[in-house]
Design a protein around this ligand. Structure first.
Ligand SMILES: CC[C@H](C(=O)O)C(=O)SCCNC(=O)CCNC(=O)[C@H](O)C(C)(C)COP(=O)(O)OP(=O)(O)OC[C@H]1O[C@@H](n2cnc3c(N)ncnc32)[C@H](O)[C@@H]1OP(=O)(O)O
Length: 272
């Protein structure tokens, strides 16, 4: 196990080809503290064209998945740290939201797919943190989203409104605004119906088994294929994407690796 961030309330470790981003602040229901935001800022910054420390960690530790999770029972995250925001001057918090937002954006921009494990409620910015990953998996049925930002007189600040439309195109910007204004709550079944949560597991064990299986299948892919397929995220135009997909298929079709794997598969069937 290799650590990038070795905090009590916030840790980032690599284990068995998975990067675990863990929230663990029981006393604040996993509110994102000023200290956590400054750590996020330090590992997100790209300097002189070099990758951020987080991306460097993902690549160097060969992390094939990023898993965001809470180690506090009964909560994913209560969002912005209200007591710190109350007692600190604006000057002390001037990079707070932008740092968290930049880390949220990075969670769906590296070459490793990312998934948030939800086993409890998320509030305000905590929902935005959960929306930052590519996928969301529910464990049990007690996870839900509470859009509470406007209770405090502000809209979302960590990219959550944009992510809602990105993840759920039928939620138009107009609908998203009405969700935020209405301080709506989405329970587990609504989140599954909207596709904001992709899978639901009965137990943590079943979820971990699915994560291990996912990593196993990615590990089985040639490294070149992982890089080529994850590069698709940089191509916005569908025509360019179609051209790219055709190019990479023709690049590897019936080349050595393809033929070797066909041979292995057919040989294994003959042995049965
Ligand atoms: C752009 C993001 C935006 C921003 O940054 O402005 C936000 O995210 S604003 C924050 C949005 N969050 C919320 O609306 C959730 C606020 N918290 C609650 O509604 C409740 O605390 C809840 C439902 C999470 C838990 O309620 P419960 O009754 O089970 O426990 P307590 O309320 O007694 O809380 C226990 C303990 O945790 C502290 N706590 C909870 N939430 C936060 C928070 N967001 N920031 C800081 N601390 C939080 C709470 O103060 C209690 O501590 P204690 O020392 O015992 O008083």
């Amino acid at each position: 196990m290799i650590k990038l961030v070795d905090g009590e309330e916030f840790s980032i470790i690599a284990k068995n080809n998975i990067c675990f981003v863990t929230l663990n602040s029981a006393t604040t229901k996993n509110a994102i503290s000023l200290r956590m935001s400054s750590i996020m800022q330090s590992i997100t910054i790209e300097e002189n064209g070099n990758p951020s420390l987080f991306e460097k960690f993902i690549n160097e530790q060969n992390c094939l998945l990023i898993v965001v999770k809470s180690d506090v029972e009964g909560i994913f995250s209560s969002g912005g740290n209200l007591s710190e925001l109350e007692k600190n001057e604006p000057e002390a918090c001037k990079y707070y939201s932008s740092s968290i937002k930049a880390f949220c954006k990075l969670l769906h921009s590296t070459n490793a797919p990312s998934v948030t494990l939800l086993s409890g409620p998320s509030f305000g910015g905590g929902v935005e943190f959960a929306l930052a990953t590519d996928y969301r998996w529910g464990i049990g049925k007690s996870y839900d989203f509470h859009f509470t930002q406007t209770k405090f007189g502000i809209p979302t600040g960590w990219g959550g409104m944009l992510r809602l439309t990105e993840l759920c195109p039928q939620l138009s910007p107009r609908k998203v605004s009405s969700i935020i204004l209405g301080k709506l709550k989405f329970d587990n079944s609504q989140l599954l119906n909207l596709g904001l949560v992709d899978k639901e597991f009965n137990t943590k064990k079943a979820c971990q088994t699915a994560l291990d299986e996912w990593v196993h299948h990615i590990l089985d892919c040639p490294k070149y294929l992982i890089e080529e397929l994850m590069n698709r995220k940089n191509i916005e135009n569908l025509t360019d994407l179609e051209e790219y997909d055709t190019h990479i298929f023709n690049k590897y079709f019936l080349k050595d690796e393809h033929k070797i794997r066909i041979h292995k598969f057919l040989s294994s069937k003959k042995k049965k």
